[in-house]
Design a protein around this ligand. Structure first.
Ligand SMILES: NC(=O)c1ccc[n+]([C@@H]2O[C@H](COP(=O)([O-])OP(=O)(O)OC[C@H]3O[C@@H](n4cnc5c(N)ncnc54)[C@H](OP(=O)(O)O)[C@@H]3O)[C@@H](O)[C@H]2O)c1
Length: 303
């Protein structure tokens, strides 16, 4: 695709992650020079990406990553994203999500590099979502807290920053790391019934849309705080119903419960979700269209 903005040297942390994998591919196809930060170097390396090792828990590794990558822009997508794991091990979550972001920011300070930090709707308490950029964060779990403090650090250190808050990604995980949507379908197909909450709501965000929107920000349109999420806010139950129907199963494959009945460790923002005051030019992908594509990819990944 023709690029209407000078190509940049863009470093993506968490390049093996759900969003990271989508981003490095999309950035490379736009003509940017892409450096991927990997905790473990992938074998073989993804095409068009220069892989570099990066461990956010190790200052030397961060310095080497920054010194070798020499980025114009960093997209910091690496994080400990398992919300219950963060709750179980708050010190570790703080080290990866907050101190890791701080160490990376400090290593880049003064270099003129732009920082785009990935954050989450979990910085809000979920009492009266959806939240736009003017809402005041009030995290109710460790994950949300670690990301909220990291946001403040990024704002303080970089003169040129963007914070992109998003919500519930719709994508395909690695074979040993299925996404939550994949887990729902696997349970629905192999071990019904599906038990899902009717009282936890958020946007469902197609990754293709999010990656394109972030690239719009990389290419110069959009700084500061941005909420970038799919335009449909659904309860987990409503989303599961869509999946059940997409795979031709009956609605009673689902057992509706309240979030409290799931006995999850970390509290979740229930009436959550994101709205925005600053829509980007990147068009939304209607959820039903994204789900049709997602189903094709899901079936391909399992053959
Ligand atoms: N998933 C969602 O629904 C969602 C919603 C809103 C916001 N977000 C935010 O979006 C970003 C991307 O999320 P995601 O779901 O794509 O993440 P993910 O799939 O869980 O991947 C996390 C990435 O972080 C890397 N990582 C973890 N610990 C690291 C460390 N110590 N040093 C270096 N890298 C490390 C992982 O490397 P390994 O592969 O080696 O473990 C992996 O590449 C995160 O900042 C998250 O908070 C996610």
């Amino acid at each position: 695709m023709a690029i209407d903005f000078p190509p940049q040297r863009v470093a993506v942390t968490g390049a093996s992650g759900l969003l990271g994998r989508a981003l490095v591919t999309a950035l490379a196809s736009r003509g940017h020079a892409v450096v991927g930060g990997y905790r473990e170097l992938p074998q073989p390396s993804p095409a068009a990406v220069t892989p570099l090792k990066l461990d956010l828990l190790n200052a030397e590794s961060i310095a080497e990553f920054v010194g070798t990558a020499r980025p114009d822009c960093v997209i910091h997508a690496a994080a400990l994203t398992d919300v219950d794991r963060c709750e179980r091990d708050p010190e570790f979550a703080l080290c990866v999500n907050t101190i890791g972001a701080q160490s990376l920011s400090k290593a880049l300070e003064g270099s003129g590099c732009r920082m785009i930090f990935l954050s989450t709707d979990y910085v809000f308490d979920g009492r009266e979502g959806p939240y736009d950029e003017s809402a005041v964060p009030n995290p109710i779990n460790v994950y949300g807290h670690t990301k909220n403090v990291a946001e403040e650090i990024v704002r303080t250190i970089f003169p040129d920053w963007a914070i992109v808050r998003s919500a519930s990604f719709l994508g395909i995980g690695l074979p040993n790391r299925p996404t939550w949507a994949e887990k729902l379908v696997i349970t629905m197909l192999e071990r019904p019934p599906l038990t899902v909450a009717t009282d936890q709501r958020s946007n469902i965000t197609p990754l293709e849309f999010l990656a394109s929107a972030i690239i719009e920000i990389v290419e110069g349109r959009g700084t500061g705080l941005r909420h970038v999420a799919g335009d449909e806010i659904l309860s987990r139950y409503e989303f599961a119903l869509k999946l059940v129907r997409l795979f031709g199963k009956s609605d009673d494959t689902i057992q509706a419960v309240s979030y409290r009945d799931l006995n999850r460790l970390a509290p979740r923002p229930l009436n959550g979700g994101l709205a925005t005051r600053f829509p980007l030019r990147t068009p939304q992908i209607p959820l039903d269209v994204a789900l049709d594509r997602w189903k094709t990819e899901f079936l391909q990944a399992r053959t």
